[in-house]
Design a binder for this molecule. Structure first.
Ligand code: MGD
Ligand code: MGD
Ligand code: SF4
Ligand code: MO
Length: 854
């Protein structure tokens, strides 16, 4: 920063550096001559060790893991028990293919920069190798090493105490998708190992809403009756127009080979449009028409498009009459005749406000001409894919955007059609997903709340109304009970760092502290130290997916399984999650029920039991999915790629064969019968009213809000190219490729007298964060972009030096449960405080975290 503001000084530093550099190269050259070329002694001291050739190494096919947007192959090359190199799919691994095979039907599963740097995570200084117990205050980061026996004895004792004293809702399950995409060692809110463990123990408050896409999930359930609304990615090749609505697959991965198929579409002449506050890498890669839009106003723009389509009679009326409920008066169900239908709302018949393109333009900042041009393109190009991604739904009333997208997709007849698109959620091919017992004990809970409301619940307990935290109805006499949360388990989640409004979470920890020693319990199970772990009482070291046996599942799209053998032995004293829960279950009296194939020895020897589960699972794959390979064949080859005759298209059978949609009416419900019949919203998991048809609802913060006087910028926080949320934040290679910075339009920067590289404070009433600035024309004025997932790093004044946007986000959820991550106003000013891009101090001197008091 100082360099840029002081050119004279910069020039001096540069010359000095350059001179030093010249001096040192001259010296090296001389040495080289004296020592006789590269054989010279001094030169040799700098030479690398010879790299072992693949012939000297054992090659093992495995896969990458985590909630990263895809699932690709990693090939480990190992020497003894150490992975020395990672490569990826080269086409050969299915066994019958030649090197380089890469076809539309069976594409390679090639890893991205994160996957390829995985070795740095595996062997990172932040790796957790031993169970740790907190010795300082919560959040202080002081731990000492303890034995597994001590950690598990303490945890089991505390669990029993909390359950007996505070009842069956005392322990909050904050397991999430860090390990969801495997069949055995699973973390997850519904199918996860923790849910079953706490459910069997009889003490569990579940976190029911999903940060990724609760708005889209809700919309897909209401409109189609299912979240299985995704085509497989190869269907994109058949589109003539692809509208990437808040979607940037070149950067934020969505499916294993999306980018490849979209390139094929481009080659076939498909046109691309991007609706996004940023000119994204996808916009540039596909030479798309970029339409910048004010964040959180998408539903208004879509309503304007619908108006143009209706006004010009461009809708596919035949499709609507046959497949849709409530698009217009003629398609309303008999029992709801006279209630508001979608067309009447759009045309202003029901509320007197016509949702014209001009009306929309005032709200969303896109000109009426552009709204009309896009609406016309979409209604007249067939087939056309409007891919409504999740980010615009991660907003206040985000469900309205997602429902509005469904209305556009249906009115243009693009549902169930090859080259069209009904997404939404976008779940495509249905995998056989669970290998361990998934029985009556799976997902048992005694209370379930909106995931981002746990802090609100803890801070205000017991003075909390059920609608404030989105209590899921139970249908028995415990219905509506406010959970008395006294403990949290984090498994496969870094939620303390990733949920909204972190300062409020810290306040909730203070409340737990106020109950006194022993009256609350925080357990973090992870492979590395994480920002969440810093707040825990116990850190349990978990073996990574290289150190346990499993099978990898695709992420939403893709049709393949990748074998995940135990490539190396668990590092340090780490154990798999399943081992830990099984051992805890034994200590709590339900070991055999929890893990029926195991005995107590599982904690030390899990391999045979794990494989037995996987063999059973493979039996289901063979049975349900017609796979002929034996388990041994699969293990030998490492990957099974399904080959289909044609791209899989969601709702094809409904459209082509008249099969009913999975809604109550059997139609695409743009007027939702279910919502229309709700009378007491407080008794639903939503808590608050949601209209039966999609509508534009003014968000609580936006560029149209009076609060812009105080906080003139709208912050969005998309997903980082170089991280999987918070995972990989500590990888130096990746931090060299991208850095945490705030993106701001050049005109805004000029107004604030801010230049590229300056350090700024971004702030609002919820928090303050420090980051460097990236000045660009690629982001619209008034909007700033700060990627999620930086590892929080608070200074003594409560300022986050890492630039984590979740200090600024608000924890008010949208009624349907959407996290409002992108509904944030803020302000920016220059600061003299320094940005701290990583925990490098901790990384290089990890002893002060891990070896303290040993
Ligand atoms: N501001 C803002 N915040 C956001 C978002 C946003 O758009 N904006 N997006 C949100 C979204 S969509 C999501 S999905 C969340 C993600 O939130 P998280 O799921 O909390 O994010 P991750 O960083 O992926 O954390 C997963 C953790 O699981 C651990 N892990 C991996 N494998 C295993 C395993 O086998 N066992 C165990 N025990 N642990 C394992 C990893 O080390 C990591 O710490 O972030 C949300 N946060
Ligand atoms: N590299 C990488 N890929 C990932 C992940 C990751 O962490 N890293 N995480 C995975 C997970 S768990 C998820 S949930 C998905 C998320 O997938 P998405 O939700 O599709 O991804 P985002 O990156 O949040 O946002 C995509 C685009 O939406 C834009 N955007 C933000 N707000 C608005 C808005 O209000 N309106 C409009 N029109 N556009 C808006 C952003 O500028 C961004 O370019 O990504 C997955 N893929
Ligand atoms: S996209 Fe995901 S699965 Fe694929 S290599 Fe990258 S991190 Fe791994
Ligand atoms: Mo997500």
């Amino acid at each position: 920063m100082k360099f840029l503001t002081n050119p004279a000084k910069l020039a001096k530093i540069f010359t000095q550096t350059r001179r030093d550099f010249l001096k040192s190269t001259a010296a090296t050259a001389t040495l080289g001559l004296v020592g006789g070329g590269i054989a010279g002694k001094e030169v040799k001291a700098f030479a690398y060790e010879p790299y072992p050739l693949d012939d000297d190494l054992e090659t093992v096919v495995t896969s990458c893991a985590h909630n990263c947007g895809s699932r690709h192959m990693l090939v480990a090359h190992k020497k003894g028990d150490v992975i020395v190199r990672l490569s990826t799919d080269d086409g050969t691994h299915q066994g019958d293919d030649a090197y380089g095979t890469d076809t539309e039907e069976k594409p390679q599963l090639r890893a991205c920069l994160r996957g390829r740097s995985y070795r740095s995570r595996l062997y990172s200084p932040e790796r957790l190798l031993y169970p740790m117990k907190r010795v300082g205050k919560r959040g202080e980061g002081k731990f000492k090493r303890v034995s597994w026996d001590e950690a598990l004895t303490d945890i089991a004792k505390s669990m029993v105490h909390l359950k007996e004293t505070y009842g069956p809702t005392a322990i909050l399950d904050q397991s999430y998708a860090g390990a969801s995409y495997g069949v055995l060692h699973k973390s997850d809110q519904i199918e996860g190992l923790l849910g079953r463990f706490l459910g069997m123990f009889g003490c569990r408050t579940n976190s029911w809403s999903v940060p990724s896409y609760q708005g889209n999930t809700f919309a897909s359930r209401m409109s189609y009756g299912t979240i299985q609304d995704g085509n497989e990615d190869d269907a994109f090749m058949h589109s003539k127009l692809i509208i990437m609505w808040g979607w940037n697959p070149a950067y934020t991965f969505h499916g294993g080979n999306t980018f490849y198929y979209m390139r094929k579409a481009k080659q076939r002449g498909c046109k691309f449009v991007v609706i996004d506050p940023q000119y994204t890498d996808s916009a540039s890669a596909y030479d798309a028409w970029w339409i910048p839009i004010r964040p959180n106003t998408d539903a208004a723009m879509m309503a304007g498009m619908a108006h143009y389509i209706f006004a010009n009679n461009l809708q596919d009326q035949e499709f609507i009459d046959k497949f849709v409920q409530g698009m217009d008066e003629g398609t309303m169900p008999d029992w709801a005749k006279g209630q508001e239908n979608f067309k009447d709302y759009i045309m202003g018949v029901s509320d007197g406000v016509e949702k014209t393109p001009d009306w929309a333009a005032d709200i969303c900042g896109v000109s009426a001409e552009d709204i009309i041009k896009l609406a016309d393109m979409y209604a007249t190009t067939k087939p056309a894919a409007l891919k409504a991604s999740w980010s615009p739904g991660r907003n206040a009333y985000g469900e309205q955007y997602a429902r509005m997208a469904n209305a556009l997709q249906a009115m243009t007849g693009n549902v169930g059609v090859l080259g069209g698109c009904a997404e939404g959620v976008g779940k495509g091919w249905h995998a056989e997903g669970v290998a361990y017992p998934y029985d009556q004990f799976a997902n048992v809970w005694f209370a379930a709340i909106k995931s981002d409301r746990w802090a609100h619940c803890v801070i205000n307990y017991p003075n909390v109304k059920r609608e404030e935290i989105g209590i899921w109805p139970r249908g028995d006499n415990t219905d509506g009970q406010i959970p008395n949360i006294r403990g949290i388990f984090w498994q496969g989640s870094d939620w303390f760092n990733q949920l909204t409004n972190i300062n409020k979470e810290i306040e909730a920890i203070d409340k737990l502290n106020s109950y006194g020693e022993g009256e609350s319990l925080l357990v973090c199970m992870d492979s590395t130290i994480t920002p969440t772990g810093i707040w825990a009482d116990y850190l349990l070291p978990i073996a990574t997916h290289f150190e346990r046996h499993d099978v990898a599942l695709p992420w939403y799209k893709g049709h393949y399984y990748i074998h995940r053998p135990k490539v190396i032995n668990p590092m340090g004293e780490s154990k798999s999650d399943f081992q830990v829960f099984t051992e805890l279950a034994y200590r709590l009296g339900f070991g055999p029920g929890y893990n029926p194939k195991a005995n107590r020895d599982y904690f030390n020897n899990p391999d045979a039991v794990d494989e037995a589960y996987l063999i059973d699972w493979w039996g289901k794959v063979q049975h349900h999915q017609g796979v002929e390979w034996t388990w041994d064949e699969f293990k030998k080859r490492g990957v099974y790629k399904f080959v289909f005759d044609e791209p899989q298209v969601a709702f094809k059978e409904q459209i082509e064969q008249g099969k009913p949609f999975q809604t109550a009416s059997g139609k695409i419900e743009i007027f939702s019968g279910q919502l229309a019949q709700i009378t007491d919203w407080t008794k639903t998991s939503y808590g608050y009213y949601i209209p039966a048809i999609p509508k534009w609802i003014e968000p609580w913060e936006s560029l149209n809000h009076p609060l812009t006087k105080k906080f003139p910028f709208h912050m969005i926080s998309p997903h980082p190219r170089w991280r999987t949320h918070s995972i990989f934040n500590n990888i130096p290679w990746l931090r060299e490729t991208f850095s945490q910075e705030v993106t701001i339009n050049a005109s805004d920067a000029a107004k604030l007298d801010i230049r590229m590289g300056d350090i700024v404070e971004i702030y609002n009433d919820r928090g303050k964060v420090i980051v460097p600035v990236y000045v660009t024309e690629r982001c619209m004025p008034g909007v700033v972009v700060l990627h999620e997932g930086a590892w929080m790093d608070l200074d003594k004044d409560g300022v986050d030096r890492s630039g984590n946007p979740d200090f600024l986000t608000k924890d008010d959820p949208s009624p349907a449960g959407a996290f409002a991550y992108n509904t944030v106003l803020c302000n920016i000013k220059k600061t003299t405080l320094n940005h701290r891009p990583g925990w490098d101090k901790l990384a290089t001197a990890r002893s002060h975290v891990f070896r303290r008091d040993l």
